[in-house]
Design a protein around this ligand. Sequence first.
Ligand SMILES: *Cc1c(COP(=O)(O)O)cnc(C)c1O
Length: 454
Amino acid sequence: MHTIDMDLVEMTLDVMKYTIDRISNVTPELGSPRKEEELLRIVGETITPEGIGGENAFQLFRDVLVKATVPIDHPRHLAFVPAAPTRAAIMFDLVTSASSIHGAYWMEGAGGIFCENQAMKWLVSLTKLPETAFGVFTSGGTAANLSALVAARQVWREKDSSMEKERALLLTSNGAHSSIKSMAKVMDADVGMVESDEEFLSGEALRSAIDNLNEKDRKRLFAVVATGGTTNAGIIDDLKGVAEICEKEEIWLHVDCAYGGGALAANSVRHLFDGIEKADSITIDPHKWLFSPYDCGAVIYKDLELAKNAHSQKGAYLEIFKDEGAQGFNPADYQIQLTRRLRGLPLWFSLAMHGTNKYREAIERGIELANIAAKKVQEHESLELVRPASLSVLLFKRKGWKAEDYRDWTYKNHREGFALVTPSSWKGESVIRFCFINPDTTEKDIDDILATLD
Ligand SMILES: *Cc1c(COP(=O)(O)O)cnc(C)c1O
């Protein structure tokens, strides 16, 4: 299975040709899902005792299966949070696989971890956290949030030994991503929602939520989670106000910037994140707005040692990794995963190749596209802006439409292979949501999508 033969050489050429064609195609076919039975009927069973052959399997993937997927980097894919990995990053994703590096410990991964850390150094510099801060790449925002919250809980438990067996409580707001509640469930922690009339979590609202906790709950409070760019609307919480309260109350502040983190590099909006430099931990997803392929998240800690205290795994067969000769940065010590891919490598190569200025420009373009779209919506007779563009997200309504009209419109555009734009809701009403990531999305793309709403 591992020997190199001519078939493998041919196979490699086929795969490389596909890869090169795919990454040079800026408007890949917008595929749509098909029923599993239907796919099975077309391709048949693919796992057999003898194997179906590489050429055959690859053909099935290329001609049938990949067409039942949506390319996330399509310029008219504005649904959820799209992505637009750079060609350099994609190519280096292949190199990462080909190099077979174990990314848990410096002993085995030194050169690769060095690269990841170079990229991380830039990410950390964007946050303006103090010198003690550093971070590690994770499988995504969910894993980064869980890693940060586990570290926070450990700190809280160690501060007061009477909390050893108590359930922990975190406070967050409605704008927080679903992964916060879901990871709290994994940790068996409780989640309290800070209620407020405002569209963001403010220092005052947090102040009164804490004041309203009974004595027991106040003692159980181990973290506050603020959001640096809500996934639904791109709204940034009042990080300065929230950080002040957390500092005074000695509560761990986690800022979830999984989507919005890229905008820390955008001078036009950087001031909206002021206060983030006081966070205890921050999540950023390079696979969202930093043009990395899936999957790549990042968790950054103000004090890396606290993360190590919570995450470093102990085991007889792991001790060797910690001997003198192998000393260095061990990514496994700072997040929930042990064996890991060097998932920050594609980002490193792309950053090294293009330089950080190109990244800043590409992120600014996403923000600019959202503002351009907002202006076009305002000029359109049948459309109505719900709120100004925030980061690269725009919410608006089609006058007179009900929930099912939005849904039908989404399916029609998708079925025709034209665009993937999905509705969302805002204050209980259906809206259309654009999220711009791909700097290659054009004004014409926006015009063409808006034209389907005439
Ligand atoms: C996307 C997102 C997450 C989850 O990240 P994954 O990479 O999908 O695990 C968490 N928080 C926010 C704010 C997000 O936008």
